[in-house]
Write a protein that binds this ligand. Structure first.
Ligand SMILES: Nc1ncnc2c1ncn2[C@@H]1O[C@H](COP(=O)(O)OP(=O)(O)OP(=O)(O)O)[C@@H](O)[C@H]1O
Length: 314
């Protein structure tokens, strides 16, 4: 039966569910173009990404694929050229300067690769954790100072570095400094933690401790954690690894526990809303696929073949 005019009208004016719905992080067709000396570099080329609240996600990709650009956008440090970037319902493209400052102080926490960038060397671990709470303002007074100190000590305890409370950065190991950095990032109870190569300067044993601390923050405090990494150890221990290639999400690896407790990892190509997907470069090279491919729909899959050589006329 044909719809009535009023049904059509209701459909046209009805609220469409936006891409990603009310997910915690939504990037929709995100573009970031850098212009330097008249040359344009397209660092993000229409990237789509949806991350739910409380997820722990690793982002991997070759050097120059756009990982840091994405993290800078999500942290509110950089503004994308076009598209949608939404975190905790806040629109990162249209935010004014005041909201951006508030966003950076209390919605998101950041951990850099260089330990020296995360901590002030002349403050103790406890004072470093107290600092963002002081900067966020609010009432002053002895009881506020006491509650800041208590929160700092709780966070250091949670992350296994309570013994470092009175030490300054040069008196701590690299791994301890990064765990204190996580406490600093958590100080103002952010909803999201972003970490750019947090274990890049550490050996594998120390990396594992830092990664455990990030996992503890995710599990115990429910904070969403996004880690950019080259470290296979990190990407093996998260539920979801998102691969970025040429400024777009290209693959996702999902990990789940099998019936006998073994970890099963399955890699998927990412299909965007209009049906585009990136074939892995080594697959394309192996079959010398270039420019066009032939597709065939089967009952349960789609076959992709190299374009047929046209028979020559001579
Ligand atoms: N400020 C900038 N000005 C011009 N081009 C830039 C700028 N920042 C990044 N780019 C370019 O954008 C692209 C993506 O860079 P980005 O730093 O996001 O990659 P990445 O995946 O984080 O790399 P790496 O793993 O080496 O840190 C690269 O081609 C890079 O040269």
């Amino acid at each position: 039966m044909n719809p009535t005019l009023s049904e059509l009208e209701a459909k046209a004016t009805g609220k469409k569910v936006a891409f990603g719905g009310d997910a915690h992080i939504v990037c929709d067709n995100l573009v970031r173009i850098y212009k330097t000396e008249g040359v344009e570099v397209v660092a993000l080329q229409g990237l789509d990404l949806v991350i739910d609240e409380g997820e722990l996600v690793a982002i991997v990709g070759a050097s120059g694929s756009g990982k840091s650009t994405l993290l800078n956008v999500l942290s509110g440090l950089d503004v994308p050229t076009a598209g949608v970037a939404r975190v905790a319902g806040m629109d990162l493209l249209s935010m004014n300067a005041r909201d951006r400052l508030r966003y950076r102080r209390s919605v998101v926490g950041f951990i850099w690769q260089q330990t020296a960038r995360n901590l002030l060397p002349y403050l103790t671990a406890r004072e470093n954790v107290e600092l963002p709470m002081k900067l966020a303002g609010g009432p002053s007074g002895a009881s506020r100072a006491r509650s800041r100190r208590e929160r700092a000590d709780e966070l250091l305890e949670l992350l296994g570095v309570a013994s470092c409370a009175n030490r300054k950065a040069p008196e701590m190991s690299g791994g301890q400094q990064q765990r204190v950095s996580i406490a600093v990032a958590l100080a103002n109870s952010p909803q999201l933690i972003l970490a750019d190569e947090p274990t890049g300067e550490l050996d594998s044993e120390t990396s594992e401790q830092v990664f455990d601390a990030l996992r503890t923050a995710n599990r115990e405090l429910g904070v969403t954690v996004v880690i950019v990494t080259h470290d296979p150890l990190v990407s093996e221990q998260v539920d979801r690894t998102v691969g970025i290639r040429d400024g777009r999400t290209s693959s996702e690896t999902l990990r789940r526990e099998g019936a006998e407790g073994q970890i099963i990892a399955e890699e998927y190509a990412v299909l965007d809303r209009v049906g585009r997907l990136q074939l892995p470069r080594d697959f394309m090279n192996a079959l010398e696929m270039e420019r066009r491919v032939r597709l065939e729909l089967e009952s349960d899959h789609i076959g992709v073949w190299p374009a047929r050589e046209e028979p020559s006329n001579d």
